[in-house]
Design a protein around this ligand. Structure first.
Ligand SMILES: Cc1ncc(COP(=O)(O)O)c(C=O)c1O
Length: 405
């Protein structure tokens, strides 16, 4: 009896060793990614501030970060964060609703709602989670959500997860959007979602027209200000301020990870909207809140945005200089680019990677962006400017880029 069992288990072991693993498909997928030049390697980058970073012991001019106002390594943010860490420790210990709403959290909510001129604000662990959490709270089954084709993945994922009917319209194509809106007659609720400043193309959404359409069709409008907060508008409030639409009930989602130099996401709007989201939004309820260090640093960053408009002006001037220099060098960039994101479209993924690599060897960090982040055939270099770049930095980048191309 004993022998029979051990014989059976030995036979099973031999069989298991020769059987394929259910995870074998992963190596095929990785091979495919490599063949298509779509494989992503880990890259470790040390931020040095002042428009510089370090990769593999080399100091590079950094044209690959979203730290537009050079705040991430600033003394103001570092001091605020160290003070908060001494006072409150490292983690937030629980979700905001349970016990994670510490005093720094409260201060940041107040700072953001004052900055945005909104009734209230709500924080999320990341901007990605803010988009997913807000969209899924606003629409669900029986609703329709309209999404620009080039919207950020977090907006797309929010639309998909919401279970609302999901309609994608071509980039900024208001005629098709209107046609789609006209087709919907029996939805419970409708929502249009758009990037304010498109993250990979660097162009602004036509917000006045989107607002008008949303009004005509009794549809909610959500604008993701991820790349516009701290950058656009007289006071740096983003694309909604840029287009003077601040008095409209537009839902404004933002991130603390780009011009604000920290990590986290937020939504600003009326007290009622925020009250509703606080009760319903799953990515806010079921995730640990933002720690005090980040909240304190983000509050300090909003102070900087408000007290130093020159940083924003310098950033936009740098971006304009970059576009002028590219034009002069006859290097094509995305024609709608109007802020700190300047994409140079190279189409082929392999070419984008090799140009990025050559620039890195010459002392410039400019990442290659490939599918699925951008549509197939539109791989590109994504140049992002910082307020800290000098004219010399920009001239030097463009002249090396011309040489490499
Ligand atoms: C347009 C846009 N929205 C949202 C996000 C997500 O923000 P976070 O990085 O804070 O999660 C990003 C980040 O890349 C983005 O580009």
């Amino acid at each position: 009896m004993f022998n029979k069992i051990s014989l059976r288990s030995t036979a099973r072991c031999i069989k298991l060793k020769t059987m394929p693993s259910p995870l074998d498909w992963i190596s095929d997928e990785l091979t495919h990614l490599r063949e298509e030049s779509l494989y992503r390697d880990s890259r470790y980058v040390t931020a040095l501030g002042n428009g510089r970073c370090q990769i593999d012991n080399a100091v590079l001019l950094d044209f690959g970060s979203n730290d537009y106002l050079d705040l991430a390594t600033s003394i103001a943010l570092k001091s605020a964060a160290s003070e908060a860490i001494q006072k409150h420790g490292v983690g937030a210990r629980a979700s905001a609703l349970v016990s994670g709403m510490h005093p720094e959290y409260q201060t940041l909510c107040r700072t953001i709602s004052q900055f945005e001129g909104a009734g209230d604000a709500l924080l999320f662990p990341t901007g990605y989670m803010a988009n997913v959490g807000v969209i899924t709270a606003l629409v669900g089954q029986g609703d329709v959500v309209f999404c620009d084709r080039l919207n950020h993945a977090s907006l797309v994922d929010g639309c998909r997860l919401s279970h609302a009917q999901f309609r994608v319209y071509p980039h900024c194509d208001l005629d098709i959007l209107e046609r789609e809106l006209n087709k919907v007659t029996d939805a419970r609720r409708k929502l249009i979602v758009t990037d304010g400043l498109f993250s990979m193309d660097g162009d602004l959404a036509p917000l006045p027209e989107l607002w008008e359409l949303s009004q005509m069709h009794n549809t909610m409008l959500l604008v993701d200000e991820a790349h516009a907060t701290g950058v656009f508008g007289e006071h740096g409030r983003g694309s909604v301020e840029h287009f003077q639409l601040e008095d409209k009930p537009i839902i404004r989602v933002g991130t603390l990870s780009k011009a604000i130099g920290c990590l986290g996401g937020f939504v600003a709007g009326s007290r009622e909207l925020i009250d509703y989201l606080r009760n319903i939004s799953r990515t806010q309820i079921y995730a640990t809140g933002l720690p005090a260090t980040l909240c304190a640093a983000a509050s300090a960053a909003f102070d900087q945005v408000q007290s130093n408009p020159e940083a924003r002006q310098r950033l936009l001037a740098n971006a304009n200089l970059c576009r002028t220099e590219l034009e002069r060098a006859r290097i094509n960039f995305a024609h709608g680019s109007c802020g700190p994101i300047v994409p140079v479209i190279l189409s082929d993924a392999g070419l984008a990677v090799s140009v990025s690599q050559k620039l890195q060897e010459a002392g410039f960090f400019v990442p290659a962006i490939r599918p699925p982040t951008v549509p197939a055939g539109t791989s590109r270099l994504r140049i992002t400017l910082s307020t800290a770049h000098t004219n010399e930095d920009i001239h030097s980048l463009v002249s090396h880029l011309r040489e490499v191309l």
